[in-house]
Design a protein around this ligand. Structure first.
Ligand code: SAM
Length: 275
């Protein structure tokens, strides 16, 4: 069966922020290699864009998110059978309800993840799987501007740059697979697998493109892509350019795997509930 083209799907959806599309497309390519037994819970489901692209209409049983506006979009999407406004700290479900819990690009934004991991352990059935993606322990080191500063003999500058990225993206931690193993262990789960995605060349391109497209600051691209200019109708041209031109130029980076023995900027962990 041909592999799903997540790059085109996400460039089309996130044309206004192309580097976001690149990262998320690589992430979905990694997640799509897993099997998601149902009933399936999506913790921090956001606006359902990722759920829709990965699982399709009706593909997820339950989604929770604390953010009301995002949740309303998720409810309209038709992807979830039920959505509820809730925090990962207090999941509104009975113990042992789900066969799979999925958490995509959420845990890095929660300063103390241990109680959330325990809650996930509680709502999983014995043998159920906890599948999550996070930026990895190599994330900061693989930033292009970090490497450039380091190569120029400026380790403090490299650290300052990485700290700036942490603030912009609201990242609170970058655990190693071993540290995730300890967190899962304390919640009655074991690590079944942990694999890196977003190889170094892709991570460095992503970082450079965040600068080029002015992500996180005022920029010409940000102005052209602003929702205020939507009535002019010119954004369809930008969207087509992003999908066609960047879809071609970035495809090798999207399709690249992390070489065995190397780290990538993203980490996909699969845990299994023991009892
Ligand atoms: C980067 S978005 C990811 C959304 C979605 N999972 C995706 O992949 O598109 C992070 C989401 O985590 C949610 N979130 C933040 N803190 C949370 C918490 N303590 N429990 C559950 N969700 C949380 C936010 O509201 C937001 O929708």
């Amino acid at each position: 069966m041909p592999e799903h083209d997540y790059l085109t799907a996400l460039l089309d959806a996130y044309w206004f922020a192309p580097p976001v599309a690149l990262w998320r497309a690589v992430e979905l390519r990694a997640a799509a290699q897993e099997t998601f037994a149902r009933p399936l819970l999506d913790v921090g489901c956001g606006d359902a864009l990722i759920g829709r692209v990965l699982f399709g209409s009706g593909g997820i049983d339950a989604g929770i998110d604390p953010w009301a506006a995002q949740l309303r979009a998720a409810a309209r999407s038709g992807v979830y059978r039920w959505v509820q406004q809730a925090d990962g700290l207090h999941l509104p479900y009975a113990s042992a309800t789900f066969a799979t819990a999925f958490i995509n690009s959420v845990l890095e934004h929660i300063p103390d993840v241990a109680p959330v991991v325990r809650e996930v352990g509680r709502v999983l059935r014995p043998g159920g799987r906890f599948i999550f993606t996070v930026p990895s322990d190599a994330f900061r080191r693989l930033l292009d501007a970090y490497q450039v500063r380091l190569a120029a003999g400026d380790p403090e500058g490299a650290e300052r740059y990485a700290a700036q990225v942490d603030r912009r993206l609201a990242h609170y931690h970058y655990h190693t697979p071993g540290e995730w193993g300890e967190l899962l262990d304390a919640a009655g789960m074991e690590v079944e697998s942990a694999r890196y995605y977003v190889p170094e060349p892709t991570a460095r391109l992503w970082d450079r493109m965040n600068g080029r497209f002015g992500i996180g600051r005022r920029s010409l691209w940000g102005m052209l892509a602003s929702p205020r200019l939507r009535p002019l109708g010119t954004q369809a041209i930008l969207q087509r350019w992003v999908v066609q031109t960047l879809g071609r130029a970035w495809r090798p980076y999207y399709e690249m795997d992390v070489e065995p023995g190397h780290k990538g900027s993203g980490l996909l962990v699969v845990g299994r509930k023991l009892r």
